[in-house]
Design a protein around this ligand. Structure first.
Ligand code: SF4
Length: 394
């Protein structure tokens, strides 16, 4: 769905401990670090006062582990956001959480702040797998926290699950999925393990201590998930996400629809008025930039007066061609694919004039399909989605 309303992303870079596979920007917080970070975050948010009147219809606390924050800290951030931006009445407010950091009181606090979507990083319902991943919670803890979240009034809950893991059999994955479905969450995200450089898992793989993924099993687990969820009333709306009707994640859809969003905090990204901005990933540089209000970006002040916060390290004005590439690359992740009429409205040019050969060629190979106005990946296309999407890069 196309929307020009604004999304806000808040990066909370703290975790109790690092999981073996994780390359997200996160680390265990030092004494007093959470409080200091929240204060910097509010400083960064306040810089936007009066800079845009675009209504906000989604807020996403991601990380890291945002549920490591206390209710009071989240309240301070939300108050600041509400003071600076115009919130839509039905604004979706998501908080990512780790079951090992939740309890009844916290969940009640989060709900009372207006957080109306809870995303739980469950990953598996097998304790041996959770230990292998380096998670800080057990399967039972995840089940308990889910029930407590329901009790606290959360009626829109996502579960994050991981498949294609060393040691995870087909039966094991089926069991995890069954247990997840028995909870009747509104939304499920399912990701295959990727060995990211710089992680302990990658190192173990390099040293031969961790086997390579079994591609055939990876695909079997993936398609089993899509088929099972479809049969249980969920709509897979993106390569790795399925939801009950009307409960697709509004915030994440913005990324795949090339809609505007502003990111706050360490390493956060923004796409706003055709610019891509990237905050520094260095905690000390972030602090210095905000306290001294001295621009980190080489570009400094934008020549046309576009506002760029001092903690932004990289600023790039997308060319029209780059926007087209991103529109296609990201849009094809959605199950509905991209709408040709939307492309033409946005860029004022006939789609086939821009991409005269790609569609014919990919259709011929059975990787892409067209239904009326819609261009989307076939199941075979989904299996090699990255290489199909790359065909739309100039
Ligand atoms: S809890 Fe999430 S963000 Fe934190 S280390 Fe684990 S995977 Fe990474």
């Amino acid at each position: 769905m196309m929307t020009n309303k604004l999304g806000l992303y808040l990066h909370i870079p703290f975790c109790v401990k690092k999981c073996g596979y994780c390359d997200f920007l996160s680390y265990p917080p030092g004494e007093g670090e959470k409080k200091a970070y929240v204060s910097l975050l509010r400083k960064e948010i306040r810089l936007w006062k009066g800079k845009t009147d675009c209504p906000v219809d989604s807020v996403f606390f991601g990380g890291g582990t945002p549920s490591l924050l206390e209710g009071q800290e989240l309240e301070q951030i939300l108050e600041c956001l509400r003071d600076v931006f115009v919130f839509e009445k039905d604004c979706e407010i998501t908080l990512e959480s780790n079951p090992g950091t939740l309890d009844e009181e916290k969940l009640r606090d989060f709900k009372s702040l207006g957080i109306n979507r809870l995303s739980m990083g469950v990953q598996s319902f097998q304790d041996d797998i959770l230990r292998f991943l380096g998670r800080i919670h057990t399967a039972d803890q995840a089940l308990t926290q889910f029930e407590l979240a329901r009790k606290a009034g959360f009626s829109n809950i996502n579960l994050d699950l991981m498949f294609s893991l060393p040691g995870l059999s087909m039966q094991g994955w089926e069991k995890t999925l069954r247990r997840a479905l028995s909870l009747e969450p509104e939304h499920l995200s399912y990701y295959g393990l990727i060995l990211e450089e710089g992680t302990p898992f990658y190192q173990a793989y390099k040293e031969g201590r961790l086997g390579q993924e079994d591609e055939e099993l990876d695909r079997r687990q993936y398609w089993y998930t899509v088929d099972t969820l479809s049969g249980r009333g969920y709509r897979p709306y993106e390569i790795s996400n399925a939801a009950r009707d009307g409960l697709a994640c509004r915030h994440n859809l913005k990324y795949w629809s090339l809609s505007p969003y502003l990111g706050f905090g360490l390493g956060a990204h923004s796409y706003f008025e055709g610019r891509r901005m990237e905050n520094t990933r260095d905690p000390r540089a972030y602090q210095r930039a905000l306290e001294e209000e001295r621009a980190l970006s080489e570009e400094g002040e934008c020549p046309d007066g576009f506002f760029c916060p001092p903690c932004v390290e990289k600023l790039h004005l997308n060319t029209r061609r780059e926007d087209m590439e991103e529109f296609m690359f990201l849009g094809l992740r959605k199950t509905e694919g991209v709408k040709l009429s939307r492309f033409e409205r946005r860029f004022g040019v006939d789609f086939f004039q821009v991409y005269p050969d790609q569609v014919k060629q990919l259709k011929g190979r059975g990787l892409l399909a067209q239904e009326g106005d819609r261009l989307f990946l076939t199941p075979r296309g989904i299996d090699i989605s990255n290489s199909v999407m790359c065909e739309f890069l100039f």
